[in-house]
Design a protein around this ligand. Structure first.
Ligand SMILES: [Zn+2]
Length: 377
């Protein structure tokens, strides 16, 4: 069943009220600004629906209209989502923004372009400024960002800001409980996800989460300075990245089934029209490619996020060693290890491939900070 507009946006009454008011006279660009997992994506989806809805999204008490439903399902042709493929917003994504912004709406009088993760815009910012500043009158931009880096400041100044507040642990716990998660586990997940409801939800359906975290944390004691150990650890970590995508794939499969069911119903209706076979065929395929594209991007993003989270856990393991270190040589080793991990995180931008990056990192970590016990020191 499709939720009502904004029903899945938790604890953002101020932002939701602002967006409900804005739909009457929308401007050309909005900046949704707030930490990850605060509901920006869900709110953008509902706001986009209300912008394209013939009733301005006002379905209080009744069923959603066809436009609203298709926007929420992510299959409306006049909502274009631009997402990063790798760790940053690349020049390809920037070109895509400029291209789609110039196109006329397919169905109605308005088109909504949603720009995700724009705190990662980096040097593509200037190329995008003009497009976002002066879009065609039919285009509305929703720019989503977790914070405001210098590269985004000028773009942000051209947008109406909508602030999303961090969720408290209690709010995440209550949201998870309402979704059927056991109270004890809800509390664990809320803490482990750092108040990020999106990640907490994903972890709730991921039985391997804890063992993956432990494995990253245990890496330092497994590196003995040999290439064989480094290669084995890197292989295993890449295996964890694969495993972390499985819960997401399960959720996506449910979305595909949902769309197929809706399309089948539409095909039944349209199959009774003037050229039934063609119309029915078109209805069956509607939105399938968009959904598949979105799923592929979500999977790539999940891998990148998981890799970042893993590297952060690994860095925290070395920081603990730093605190516990009894002599200056050990302290220097731990500092150097954290530095190497930071370098790897920054280089994710250039995307040399996860396995290669991890192999290189593990062999360097093995050399500089091999387990002191095994060193016999
Ligand atoms: Zn509607």
């Amino acid at each position: 069943m499709t939720p009502a507009l904004y029903e899945d946006v938790i604890g953002q009454e101020r932002a939701v009220a602002a967006l409900r008011a804005a739909v009457l006279r929308p401007v050309h660009a909005y900046l949704f600004l707030g930490p990850p997992g605060t509901g920006k994506r869900a709110a953008a989806s509902s706001f986009a629906a209300s912008l394209l809805c013939p009733d301005g999204g006002d379905h209080s008490g009744g069923e959603l209209c066809d436009d609203c439903r298709r926007v929420l399902a992510g299959v409306h042709p006049d909502v274009v989502e631009v997402e990063r493929e790798g760790a940053y917003i690349g020049i390809d994504a920037a070109r895509e923004v400029t291209r789609v912004a110039a196109m006329s709406p397919v169905e109605g009088e308005r088109k909504v372009v949603v720009l995700h993760d724009f705190h990662l815009v980096r040097d593509t910012g200037p190329a995008l400024l003009k497009t976002i500043e002066e879009p065609p009158p039919t285009t509305v931009f929703l720019v989503l960002a977790e914070h405001l880096p210098p590269e985004l400041v000028t773009i942000a100044s051209r947008c109406v800001p909508v602030a999303f507040d961090p969720l408290s642990t209690g709010q995440v716990v209550r949201a998870l409980e309402a979704e059927g998660v056991h109270p004890d586990r809800a509390r664990q997940l809320a803490v482990a996800s750092g108040g990020r409801l999106d990640r907490a939800r994903l972890l709730a359906g991921d039985p391997q989460f804890e063992s993956r975290r432990n494995a990253w944390f245990g890496v330092p004691s497994r590196l003995d300075g040999t290439g064989a150990a480094a290669a084995a650890v890197a292989d295993e970590l890449v295996g964890f990245l694969d495993a972390s995508v499985e819960p997401l794939k399960a959720r996506q499969a449910a979305e595909v089934a949902d769309l197929a069911e809706r399309n089948a119903k539409a095909a039944e209706v349209r199959g009774a029209g003037p050229s039934p076979k063609r119309a029915a065929k078109a209805a069956l395929g509607a939105g399938v490619k968009d959904l598949e594209d979105r799923h592929r991007r979500e999977q790539r993003r999940q891998r990148t996020d998981e890799l970042r989270a893993g590297l952060a856990t690994l860095a925290s393991a070395y920081r603990e060693r730093l605190v516990a270190a009894s002599d200056s040589r050990r302290r220097a080793e731990a500092v150097e290890a954290v530095r190497e991990i930071d370098r790897t995180v920054r280089n994710l931008e250039f995307n040399p491939g996860e396995l290669l990056a991890l192999q290189a990192l593990m062999s360097r970590l093995g050399r500089i900070a091999a387990d002191p016990v095994r060193k016999g020191a």
